[in-house]
Design a protein around this ligand. Structure first.
Ligand code: NAP
Length: 473
């Protein structure tokens, strides 16, 4: 019998239900797909959508509507969702090998990059990813607390995550009320004493990682002035040459224009000041037993062999008193049991989505695939994950044709729920999630908000018991 036909469907397990997991499920099960495939999507949380739920800023509700696309995929007959199932403890690789022809890891990047400077781990110095998880009600982070008694905060890095964190710190209560920010974060931010937010870029305005809409948004905050000095907004000679040359990126040109306009503004005396700093690197986080200041060094740019403009420290330093620091210098993947890992990059080594025994090897691990940030690193926007997932699925389908995937003993749809039940795993189905989603939305509407999230796994499971229909289905 040929694999990938109605008689013998291809069975694929996808680990992770964020954008890349859903785009991979879509590519495998779309009506025009070249094979008949059954896909089970697993997530360690009871809730789907990965960073769309736990990462995208709550004041960017429109971006979150991308979940409508994922809902359509989940509603297909040949797609199932198993939430609250942890790969590595509830299900092992050998379990998957017994029940599927292939596994596709789409687990994202759950950790953060380190700066490697003294004081980095002082209380009051946090990874921005922790704050993001906290204000988004992610169960792993909801118990954290942040010193919002701080008057001055430094954010290190100028990517879009830094922009998100800056906005959330600078938003008024009224603005936050219109979002689905976690209720405890809403309350904590209502009492925030934050008045100055320093946003520190190690390179210049022409190399900023933020995108145009995000830097524009910072200039339109009802409760915050944006401040940048004309000297720092002005590109250095190397950057000016780049911007005037044929290879200049539109995004970079526009970013510089926006920052120049900010430099020309007179602050209106709004409650919060967002102070953008360029060509500055942190060298030390200072404090006795908690953060008291950050020491930064002035950088200059030089042209690296690759042609890229890189930062280099000068001798000029400066110390800024701050009581809270967010390190927003990028995410990093974490290793999974029985799966190769490329520690240098924090990714799973792969060739176009086929997992390799190690980075640089040409030997693939049969039946194992990756998509999204754990495949390529933490870059790009949500939509970037679509072509990325399609590329991986194409590799998988090539391997199916070549007979190079797993030959499971028990490839029946019933076997997995039976196995999970036998292990006492309370998995959450798509129907469960639809009920939970409805309950969160109802709770939100009652408060005039888009949604009021459940933020502990226990509360989610309890809520599900409460919303179960009398027939128990
Ligand atoms: P990112 O875009 O890679 O930005 C990381 C920032 O950290 C850069 O400014 C980088 O500077 C800086 N950095 C790295 N190492 C540093 C060091 N040792 N010292 C000082 N600065 C350092 O990462 P991200 O902000 O975490 O975002 C991840 C991805 O998600 C990005 O693709 C982003 O666009 C996307 N995202 C999008 C949105 C949105 O569309 N609204 C929202 C959030 C995230 P260099 O450039 O000099 O390396």
């Amino acid at each position: 019998m040929e694999l990938g036909t109605p008689e013998q469907p291809l069975r694929v397990a996808i680990i992770g239900s964020g954008p890349s997991g859903f785009y991979a499920a879509d590519a495998l099960t779309a009506r025009n797909a070249t094979v008949t495939a059954h896909v089970d999507i697993f997530d360690r949380l009871p809730t789907p959508f990965g960073l769309v739920r736990g990462g995208v800023a709550p004041d960017h509700q429109k971006i979150k509507s991308v979940t409508k696309v994922y809902e359509k995929v989940a509603n297909r007959d040949n797609v199932r969702f198993f939430g609250h199932v942890n790969y590595g403890s509830d299900l092992s690789l050998s379990d998957l090998q017994q029940h599927y022809h292939a596994v596709l890891f789409a687990v994202g990047s759950a950790s953060d990059k380190k700066l490697g400077i003294p004081g980095e781990d002082l209380p009051g110095s946090h990874a921005a990813t922790e704050f993001v998880g906290w204000y988004n009600g992610h169960p792993d982070y909801r118990k954290l607390s942040f010193n919002l008694e701080a008057e001055s905060v430094a954010i290190i890095g100028i990517g879009n995550v830094a922009m998100d964190v800056t906005r959330i710190l600078a938003r008024t209560q009224e603005e936050l009320l219109a979002t689905d920010i976690a209720d405890y974060a809403l309350e904590a931010l209502a009492n925030s004493k934050v008045r100055r937010i320093y946003v520190l870029g190690r390179r210049g305005p022409a190399q900023a990682a933020f995108t145009n809409p995000e830097i524009k948004e910072l200039g339109e905050m009802p409760g915050a002035d944006i401040i940048v000095t004309p000297e720092e907004a002005e590109p250095d000679p190397l950057s000016a040459a780049y911007l005037g040359g044929p290879g200049a990126d539109r995004k970079d040109i526009k970013n510089v224009e926006i920052l120049r306009e900010y430099a020309a503004r007179t602050p209106e005396g709004k409650p919060v000041q967002i102070i953008m700093r360029f060509l500055t690197s942190p060298v030390e986080i200072i404090g006795e037993d908690r953060v008291e200041a950050i020491k930064i060094v002035k950088n200059e740019l030089y042209q690296a062999e690759s042609g890229e403009l890189r930062p280099r420290a000068t001798k000029e330093t400066e110390t800024i008193p701050v009581q809270l620091i967010f390190r927003s210098v990028g995410y990093r993947g974490i290793p999974l049991p029985d799966v190769p890992f490329y520690d240098f990059q924090g990714t799973i080594p792969n060739d176009r989505g086929r997992v390799l025994v190690e980075q640089g090897s040409d030997q693939v691990v049969s039946g194992m695939y990756v998509a999204g940030w754990i495949k390529r690193g933490p870059t790009g926007i949500i939509g970037t994950n679509k072509p990325d997932a399609v590329e991986t699925v194409n590799m998988l389908l090539e391997d199916v044709s070549a007979g190079a995937v797993w030959s499971p003993d028990a490839p029946t749809p019933e076997a997995i729920p039976a196995l999970l039940e036998s292990r006492g795993v309370r998995y959450v189905t798509w129907e469960d999630w639809v009920r939970l989603d409805g309950s969160e939305t109802e709770r939100g509407i009652a408060l005039g908000r888009p949604r009021l999230k459940y933020t502990t796994i226990e509360d989610m499971l309890t809520a599900l018991e409460g919303t179960r229909s009398p027939s128990g289905d």
